[in-house]
Write a protein that binds this ligand. Sequence first.
Ligand SMILES: Nc1ncnc2c1ncn2[C@@H]1O[C@H](COP(=O)(O)OP(=O)(O)O)[C@@H](O)[C@H]1O
Ligand SMILES: [Mg+2]
Length: 264
Amino acid sequence: MDASYGERLLAIDGVSLEYRNRERIVRATHEVSFDVYGADRFVLLGPSGCGKSTLLKAIAGFIEPVAGTIALDGKTVRGPGPDRVVVFQEFDQLPPWKTVLENIAFPLRVARKLSRAEAKARALHYLDKVGLAAFADAYPHTLSGGMKQRVAIARALAMQPRVLLMDEPFAALDALTRRKMQEELLRLWEGERFTLLFVTHSIEEALVVGNRILLLSPHPGRVRAELNSHAWSHASTDDDAFRASVARIHHLLFETGTDVEARA
Ligand SMILES: Nc1ncnc2c1ncn2[C@@H]1O[C@H](COP(=O)(O)OP(=O)(O)O)[C@@H](O)[C@H]1O
Ligand SMILES: [Mg+2]
């Protein structure tokens, strides 16, 4: 995949997002700004309800900001496109009437205009990357939650998007499977160097998955601080350095006060 190393791909500038109905307006994020560079593993971290999913939906092009701009490769995002693919938390994001292979190949034919043979070859390639080549002809309901998420990841990567968007993709998995999937995602990234924008409310997951982390305050989401991996060197998730990083981020997320950004 062309990783466009170090090049600015996504520019989020002063983005405020709202939900409006007849009774009221809910502000989901307030003037959020950040940039994502090629081959980043950029994590949006914040408590439930701080607007992470809303931000991801806006970047995917499903909602329009009420203020600010979202640009990909210098062009303002005006709607969904195959250059941004989302992997969701839910296990039911795969149409159940298609086999695993068809689930991956079909969007390639529609959105990437590949021939039947090209789509199949590429689908098999990515299915192999997630260790599920043997399940090409299986139907989604016969797979475990972790396997379904692997298929969803293969389907997303096969599209070769400019940015892969993931919204708490492992949150519904048991703790052991979740840890395994985080490691698999990192292995995939080592091989492909795609650009990832990953949403989570778990500090531990953010530290494992990300090379950069944006901390968002509770509702409405505002930028609290931005950290990069130089700030959290650790060898494993059970060493003291890791625990210290978790404690520090917890403090940054939940401490009230106005000068948090300065201390990050
Ligand atoms: N469809 C909707 N209509 C009205 N309010 C919504 C809708 N979806 C989310 N919200 C509200 O917007 C805020 C941000 O939600 P969300 O982006 O889902 O947060 P997160 O993903 O960080 O948990 C929350 O207060 C939530 O209740
Ligand atoms: Mg969410």
